[in-house]
Design a protein around this ligand. Structure first.
Ligand code: GTP
Ligand code: SPV
Ligand code: MN
Length: 595
């Protein structure tokens, strides 16, 4: 058995998986630069990776065209009772699912190396951090985990002989017969993919996909689905939220945690460059927040990740300059286009498109069908520490105190630019009824409106009705120290498809209004849906925007809101008895206010 492993449970588990999956060899990762470089060199050699001439220590991968995003339809919360998983999760009983998956895992690593990745979600010394061990047959996953989490010997040391860890088993599901030539992105067909969570046992089994949240199991699987179930049991919170620090010209700090669905602006907001004078923004995290109540009675948040796995298309010096500077070196790019000069490119990058490139499928671009060069869910993987505006406290073990929660989504109509909850429970109602148009971050239809409560619909590891109750309970425990709650929509469009709000850096104006609300400085008007900025209280100095657009962005269309009520009722009804009465009360109150 591998020498560095002293933990009994881990030793046994490695041996069990080795026997089941039958790899050619087993390798325990040490997390070193040398290890990363060796694996990358092997992948360049095999043709799986392309070294970029124009970017230091950076590589491009092209996935199989069928394996380009998370697969919500193939994602399971497997609990003894279906009611524990609730109506928003796919469910199969643990025995049945394990039997199906064991058949798939049998011999699935033949011809490949089995990598054991010890990783920590959260700074290793943080009281909030958790240790996971991912076993995978994908060297691409190993390199990505190096960036996205804290990997290696330090983690095994912390684990010790008897420490607890979350086992995360992953296989791309593509064994190699003797002499069989490998492809550049091996994976299994969609009907064989399974992303399974045995939440009662803190266990993850993933099969068949090598992409993003399906395969980097520390992220959505551990840090959200498993962690949300643990957080419910243990009285803390695991949320799909960015964390940022905003500092006012007077030097006052505000910490904001914001939940938007996938591909709805978290990375962009987390690295925002304020366009308003004197305000400063720093990034603590761009996707996930783990939050606990500290002895001071306030909610403190850590970012459990160590890197960003960000959407590439649309990222430019114009929209997100801090991300552009972050990805200058040591980056992994997946499904971006390759320019003739040896750099990556995607739609929405600054300047003119290249005259010729190789698209994400490896073909000459542009092509006759006018297809995009980069896949819409093309991503970069990069260390958070390289972000020029990373907050100096981003790895503080106890986290940062949260002042403001923001919920939001992508809605072309109806939802105004910003509004504030009347109180915390009303804020929970806003989060619970949040809605958004679907994006390419999941394989499935794009642009369909769906309820995505707290941006957690694909990530809540237990019954969403119980999750709503947990939010209300946390509010009760926090009392007057609970964060203030706001709702935003950067994505309003005119009937001819133009963005009504410029977004990106200009979103700082909206955040400033929130901070001034917290301080009792900015004025709001009461409306049926919540508190909206009083005209003039939103700082629009220096912004070229048509007054009619502002009017439209802050308008409430009563009839359209009334039409939302039956849909929220239907959404809530699926939780039956598990829907907290408080949310029924909040819905009724909204209905009454709408008249
Ligand atoms: P995940 O990583 O999937 O969780 O996504 P995310 O929430 O971090 O979204 P991200 O910041 O990567 O943004 C996704 C897309 O929305 C990108 O194409 C952005 O350019 C676009 N976007 C982000 N912020 C804004 C905004 O304020 N206005 C507009 N119009 N588009 C935005
Ligand atoms: C998301 O879809 O919310 C992501 C990308 O952050 S993935 O890691 O693939 O889940
Ligand atoms: Mn995300």
């Amino acid at each position: 058995m591998e020498k560095p492993v002293k933990n009994e449970k881990l030793k046994n588990w490695i041996e069990e998986v080795r026997q089941l999956c039958a790899p050619d060899s087993v390798y325990v990762c040490d997390g070193s630069k040398k290890e990363y470089n060796t694996l990358m060199a092997q992948m360049v050699e095999s043709g799986a990776a392309i070294k970029l001439k124009k970017r230091k220590n950076s590589f491009l991968f092209r996935s199989d065209p069928s394996d380009v995003a998370r697969v919500e339809d193939r994602t399971y919360i497997s609990t003894p009772e279906q009611a524990q998983a609730g109506p928003t999760n796919n469910w199969v009983a643990p025995d049945e699912l394990k039997a199906t998956m064991k058949d798939l895992y049998k011999g699935c690593m033949k011809g490949r190396t089995m990598y054991v990745i010890p990783f920590s979600m959260g700074p290793i010394d943080s009281p909030i951090a958790k240790i996971g061990i991912e076993i995978t047959d994908s060297p691409y996953v190993v390199c990505n985990m190096h960036i996205m989490t804290r990997v290696g010997k330090k983690v095994l040391k912390k684990l010790g002989k008897k420490g607890e860890f979350i086992p995360c088993l992953h296989s791309i599901g593509a064994p190699l017969e003797p002499g069989q030539k490998d492809v550049s992105w091996p994976c299994a067909p969609i009907e064989k993919k399974y992303i399974s969570h045995f939440t009662d046992e803190n266990l993850i089994w993933s099969y068949g996909s090598g992409y993003g949240g399906n395969a980097l199991l520390g992220k959505k699987c551990l840090a959200l689905r498993i962690a949300s179930a643990m957080a419910k049991r243990e009285g803390w919170m695991a949320e799909h939220m960015l964390i940022l620090r905003l500092t006012s010209p007077e030097g006052k700090q505000y910490h904001i945690a914001a939940a938007f669905p996938s591909a709805c602006g978290k990375t962009n907001l987390a690295m925002l460059r304020p366009t308003i004078e004197g305000w400063k923004c720093e990034c603590v995290g761009d996707d996930i927040a783990w939050m606990k109540i500290r002895p001071d009675g306030r909610l403190h948040a850590i970012n459990p990740e160590a890197g960003f796995f960000g959407v590439a298309p649309g990222t430019s010096y114009d929209s997100n300059p801090m991300a552009m500077d972050t990805i200058k070196k040591n980056a992994i790019f997946t499904n971006c286009a390759l320019t003739d000069k040896g750099d990556v490119w995607w739609e929405g990058m600054d300047g003119k498109p290249p005259r010729h490139a190789i698209d994400w499928k490896g073909r000459d671009w542009p092509n006759e069908n006018k297809e995009v060069a980069a896949h819409a869910n093309a991503r970069f993987t990069v260390p958070a520490s390289q972000c020029p505006v990373i907050c100096e406290d981003w790895e503080k073990p106890e986290g940062v105190p949260i002042d403001i929660f923001v919920f939001g989504g992508r809605r072309a109509g109806l939802v105004p630019l910003v509004y504030e909850a009347y109180n915390f429970n009303h804020g929970v109602f806003m989060g619970a009824s949040a809605s958004s148009e679907t994006t390419t971050a999941n394989i499935g239809a794009v642009g369909n409106l769906r309820r995505d409560p707290f941006a957690m619909q694909p990530f809540c590891g237990y019954n969403m009705g119980d999750y709503f109750r947990h939010w209300l309970d946390m509010g009760d425990r926090l009392g007057d120290k609970a964060p203030r709650v706001f709702y935003v929509n950067w994505f309003r469009k005119t009937s001819d498809g133009r963005w009504l709000w410029p977004g990106f850096g200009e979103n700082s104006r909206v955040l400033k209004w929130m901070c001034e609300r917290v301080d009792g400085k900015a004025e709001a008007v009461q409306t049926p849906i919540g508190l909206l900025p009083k005209l003039g209280s939103l700082d629009l100095k220096g912004l070229k925007i048509d007054e009619r657009d502002i009017h439209e962005l802050l308008k409430i269309d009563m009839d359209a809101w009334k039409a939302e009520i039956p849909d929220i009722e239907k959404h809530f009804a699926q939780f039956g008895d598990r829907l907290p009465d408080e949310l029924k009360k909040q819905l009724k109150a909204l209905q009454e206010r709408l008249g």
